[in-house]
Design a protein around this ligand. Structure first.
Ligand SMILES: Cc1cc2nc3c(=O)[nH]c(=O)nc-3n(C[C@H](O)[C@H](O)[C@H](O)COP(=O)(O)OP(=O)(O)OC[C@H]3O[C@@H](n4cnc5c(N)ncnc54)[C@H](O)[C@@H]3O)c2cc1C
Length: 388
C-alpha cells in the first residue's frame, strides 16, 4: 500500500487537533467552492471576488490570526495551515485572503486608531468589505523607500497624489491602505475607494495569478480628513511589518501549491502507461518523485517550525525571509518538475500543475523577490548590507 506524502514525514503528529480541524474545514471549502471552478476562473481571468470574500468571511479565515473586532484570534500556525489549504486550491485565492487579513486588516489592527479599527475590521473579517494594500509603484517595487506618491497637509486635511501598481484586490476593494511620502516620513492612509480622485484600473493580460484581481491605484488630489492617517506608525517600518505578516502565510501557502502538484503527478504517473508499463514504475520517475517529496516535506517542516516560532513571539524578519525564499523557490521547482511528468497533459488547465507553476511566478516575486530575501539573509550572515 503506497504511503501518502503526509505519512512519509509524519507531519500530522506535529499538528494539534484544533489546528487539524480548521485545516480540514478549509480543505473542504476549497474542494467544494474552488476546485470545481478554478480552471474557468483562471482561463477567463474573472473571479467572483466579492462572493468568495463573503464566503471566506463566513469560513472565518479573514484576519483569523488577529484578536478582537470580529476576528477569530487563532494562532499563526493555524493561519499558516489555512493558507496551505487555500493555495492548494489556487495562489490567487490565498492571495485574496493574505491581502485582506495580513496586509490591509493587519495594518489597521496594528497601526490604526480605535475609530478606524471599529469602522473597518468587523466588516472586513465578515467579508462584507474588501481591502487592498498599496505600496508598490510603477518605478519602485523592491525599493519602496523611493516611492513618489505624496501626501501633503492642507489645513487639517491630507491630499494624496500618485500611482500604485500591481495591487491585489484593487478593483474590488472598498478600502485601500495606501503608503505615501509626507514632508517627514512615509505614512499609511486608510482610503475609502469611493473618495473622489481615487480610481483603480484593472491590469489585464496577466499570465500568472489570473484568478486574482490586480490593479493600478491612481490617486489624483484625493482629499482625506486628518483621521485617515494610521496614527501608530511612521516610516517604512509600517509597510514592512505588514509584509512580514503576509510573507509568513506564503511560507505555508507555497507548500500547498507544491503539494497539489505532487499529488497530481503521483496519481498521473500511476495511471499513465508508457512503453507498456505505468510511468510510476520507472526509476527515472521515482527519482523525480522522491526528490520532490523531500523538498516538499522539508518545506512543510520549516513552515511548521517558523509557525511555532511566530506563536512563541520570537520569529525574526530574517527567519521569515528564510522561509519565503526556500519555500517559494522549491514550490516552483516542484511545479515545473511535475509538469514534465504530465508532459503534454501538463500544459492544459485540465490539471492544476501549469496553473500552479504560472501562479508561483508571481508568488516568487511579490512580498519580496528571491533576490531581496537572499540579500536579507546575506546581511544577517555577514553584517554587510548589499542592497546598494
Ligand atoms: C500578481 C502580483 C500581485 C501583487 N500585489 C501587490 C499588492 O497587493 N500590493 C503591493 O504593494 N504590491 C504588490 N505586488 C508588487 C510586488 O510586491 C513587486 O512586484 C515586487 O516587490 C518586485 O518589485 P518590481 O516588480 O518592481 O521589481 P523590481 O524591484 O524592479 O526588481 C527587478 C529585479 O531586480 C532585482 N533586484 C531588486 N533590487 C535588487 C538588488 N539590490 N540587488 C540585486 N537584484 C535586485 C529583483 O529581485 C528583480 O529580479 C504584486 C505583484 C504581483 C506580480
Amino acid at each position: 500500500m503506497p504511503q501518502s506524502l503526509a505519512q512519509l514525514f509524519a507531519l500530522d503528529g506535529l499538528i494539534q487537533d484544533d489546528e487539524r480541524e480548521i485545516a480540514k474545514a478549509v480543505r473542504h471549502f476549497v474542494d467544494e467552492r474552488v476546485r470545481p471552478h478554478i480552471a474557468e476562473w483562471f482561463d477567463t481571468g474573472e473571479v467572483p471576488a466579492r462572493e468568495l470574500t463573503k464566503e471566506l468571511g463566513e469560513l472565518g479565515v479573514l484576519g483569523m490570526h488577529l484578536d478582537g473586532y470580529g476576528c477569530a484570534g487563532l494562532s499563526a500556525t493555524t493561519y499558516g495551515l489555512a493558507c496551505q489549504e487555500l493555495e492548494a486550491g489556487d495562489s490567487g485565492i490565498r492571495s485574496l485572503v493574505s491581502v485582506q487579513g495580513s496586509l490591509a486588516m493587519y495594518s489597521i489592527h496594528a497601526y490604526g486608531s480605535e475609530e478606524q479599527k471599529q469602522e473597518w475590521l468587523p466588516r472586513m473579517a465578515a467579508g462584507d468589505a474588501i481591502g487592498c494594500f498599496g505600496l508598490t509603484e510603477p518605478d519602485f517595487g523592491s525599493n519602496p523607500g523611493g516611492m513618489r506618491t505624496r501626501a501633503k497637509k492642507d489645513g487639517d486635511d491630507w491630499v494624496l497624489n500618485g500611482t500604485k501598481m500591481w495591487i491585489t484586490n484593487g478593483t474590488v476593494a472598498d478600502v485601500a491602505v495606501v503608503w505615501a511620502q509626507t514632508d517627514e516620513k512615509v505614512r499609511g492612509f486608510v482610503v475609502p475607494t469611493d473618495t473622489p480622485g481615487f480610481s483603480a484600473p484593472e491590469i489585464k493580460r496577466k499570465m500568472s495569478l489570473r484568478a486574482s484581481v490586480t490593479a493600478e491605484l491612481v490617486l489624483e488630489d484625493v482629499r482625506l480628513p486628518a483621521s485617515a492617517v494610521l496614527p501608530e506608525v511612521q516610516g517604512l517600518r509600517g509597510p514592512l511589518g505588514a509584509l512580514s505578516e503576509a510573507r509568513f502565510g506564503i511560507i505555508f501557502g507555497a507548500m500547498g501549491a507544491a503539494r497539489d502538484c505532487l499529488e497530481t503527478a503521483i496519481s498521473y504517473a500511476q495511471d499513465r502507461q508508457v512503453f507498456d508499463k505505468s510511468l510510476a514504475s520507472y526509476q527515472l520517475t521515482q527519482a523525480k518523485l522522491a526528490d520532490m517529496a523531500l523538498e516538499l516535506g522539508k518545506g512543510q517542516l520549516l513552515a511548521l517550525h517558523l509557525g511555532r516560532l511566530k506563536d512563541s513571539g520570537t520569529i525574526t524578519p530574517e527567519q521569515v525571509s528564510v522561509g519565503k525564499l526556500n519555500n517559494t523557490r522549491e514550490a516552483i521547482t516542484i511545479a515545473r518538475q511535475c509538469r514534465t511528468i504530465l508532459a503534454a497533459n501538463g500544459i492544459t488547465l485540465e490539471y492544476p500543475v501549469i496553473r500552479h507553476a504560472n501562479n508561483l511566478e508571481s508568488v516568487l516575486t511579490y512580498e519580496g523577490t528571491s533576490e531581496v530575501h537572499q540579500l536579507v539573509i546575506g546581511k544577517a550572515l555577514t553584517g554587510a548590507e548589499a542592497f546598494r
